[in-house]
Design a binder for this molecule. Sequence first.
Ligand SMILES: *[C@@H]1O[C@H](CO)[C@@H](O)[C@H](O)[C@H]1NC(C)=O
Ligand SMILES: *[C@@H]1O[C@H](CO)[C@@H](O)[C@H](O)[C@H]1NC(C)=O
Ligand SMILES: *[C@@H]1O[C@H](CO)[C@@H](O)[C@H](O)[C@H]1NC(C)=O
Ligand SMILES: *[C@@H]1O[C@H](CO)[C@@H](O)[C@H](O)[C@H]1NC(C)=O
Ligand SMILES: *[C@@H]1O[C@H](CO)[C@@H](O)[C@H](O)[C@H]1NC(C)=O
Ligand SMILES: *[C@@H]1O[C@H](CO)[C@@H](O)[C@H](O)[C@H]1NC(C)=O
Length: 325
Amino acid sequence: MLSLVASIFAFLCFSFTKALPFSNESAIQVIHTFPNETWIENLAIRKNGKILCTSINRAAIYQVNPYERTATLVHQFPFADMALGIAEVEDDAFAVVTASLNGTSAAPASARMWKVDMVAWEHGSTHAVELVANLTNVGLPIGVTTLPDNKRHVLVADSAKGIIWRVNTETGAYDVAIADILLTYTSPLVPLGVNGIHILDHELYFTNTGAGLFGKVMITANGSAAGPVQVIAKNIIPDDFALAANGTAYIVGDSTLWEVSPAGQVAVLAGPSDPAILGDTSAHFGRTAKDSAVLNIVTNGGRTGPVDGVVHGGQLLAVNVRALS
Ligand SMILES: *[C@@H]1O[C@H](CO)[C@@H](O)[C@H](O)[C@H]1NC(C)=O
Ligand SMILES: *[C@@H]1O[C@H](CO)[C@@H](O)[C@H](O)[C@H]1NC(C)=O
Ligand SMILES: *[C@@H]1O[C@H](CO)[C@@H](O)[C@H](O)[C@H]1NC(C)=O
Ligand SMILES: *[C@@H]1O[C@H](CO)[C@@H](O)[C@H](O)[C@H]1NC(C)=O
Ligand SMILES: *[C@@H]1O[C@H](CO)[C@@H](O)[C@H](O)[C@H]1NC(C)=O
Ligand SMILES: *[C@@H]1O[C@H](CO)[C@@H](O)[C@H](O)[C@H]1NC(C)=O
């Protein structure tokens, strides 16, 4: 009985909680600032609400507790200079891609995929991180997303080669899933093609950074193209993005936040060159009932494009998109 009363009380409190689980209701809040020169590239949300952040220049993965606003190093990857895309492949276990640097791009044959088991990590296991595959044919792996009908298979966006690979995380086997001219880059000035990839209702949505576009393609259960690649929006400078359940995309990049409707209508919610989202690299909606309306954005702190000369450590931000619309 007591527990029933407690549950009802908890439910009522819950219902009256505002969209953001934090006391400060401003539209863009800083949850954590990493030390200067820490470039946060991508993120994944655990089912317990804790947030895993990958760092390009530290080749590391950190866990942020957004409620306590603390960050902990989870793992420093060997044989790598960069940790990039991350996606959940099994219950609380995540595929992460890494690569080594050569100049300003990835060293040939340096891409790797790892699996990080957060439950094992919490138990102090030395086997929490294992190598899935040496992705020797992959150029620069950035975006990673799981296939909804087969979560142990992931798609990997290769920004250097402008193709999307499919990786079987159980065997390490990989092959080309989608190749299309719209995934490649057109200008040598920004040698990055397909970058962020996410799936909703059998459609794979993607950004192409060099070509400045956002598009989609219908896919089969195994991630192959099942129709033509289509452009949804152009003339943006996109890095990664988050998809809301209603199909609206929230695209980050160039210290800007764009809202793109399924029909391709583009609204600028913040920026261009907004210091509050300096160096925004990736975004993800919260995953628990409490924070599902929170758009978590990670940043490189302006390393790739300072605003007013300012560069600081990468950040995790909690953004209330409704307050910006
Ligand atoms: C809310 O957060 C913003 C930025 O993080 C800060 O400028 C502002 O002072 C905070 N407001 C309150 C009431 O704490
Ligand atoms: C690094 O890149 C340079 C050109 O940018 C190339 O000549 C060299 O072979 C590359 N090194 C490796 C190890 O791939
Ligand atoms: C990956 O490459 C390393 C050497 O760089 C090798 O020791 C390891 O066995 C390879 N692993 C797989 C799964 O191919
Ligand atoms: C993926 O699915 C398509 C059709 O659904 C099939 O033609 C293709 O052989 C499959 N590829 C793999 C690698 O399973
Ligand atoms: C779509 O979902 C987002 C996130 O929940 C919300 O902010 C936005 O208002 C919704 N758009 C429409 C047209 O319903
Ligand atoms: C962060 O590092 C950059 C260059 O690496 C430097 O210019 C900047 O002043 C530093 N910012 C802070 C807040 O220390």
